[in-house]
Design a protein around this ligand. Sequence first.
Ligand SMILES: [Zn+2]
Length: 82
Amino acid sequence: MKCPKCQSENVSTQVINTVKLKNKHHGLLWWMFVGWYWVPIKWIVFTVPALIFAIFGSKKQKAVNKRKTVCVCQNCGYNWNL
Ligand SMILES: [Zn+2]
C-alpha cells in the first residue's frame, strides 16, 4: 500500500470499530392507519397496557456496529479511509 500524499510504502492499517445506537421509529404508514387512534386509546383507556408498552417500547434501541479501516502513513502522518 502506498500513501497517496507522499507515495511512501510505510503505511499501517488499523480497524476501528464504532458502535452507533439507532432508535427505531414507527413509519408514516403506521401513524396514518394505526397511530392516530391507537395512541389516544392506548394512553386514556388502557393505561396499564400502555405503561407496559412504554417500558418495552423504550427498549427499541439497536446497536449498529460499523467497521472502519483507517490507513495511517508513518512517513507524513496522512490518514485516509479504506
Ligand atoms: Zn505519506
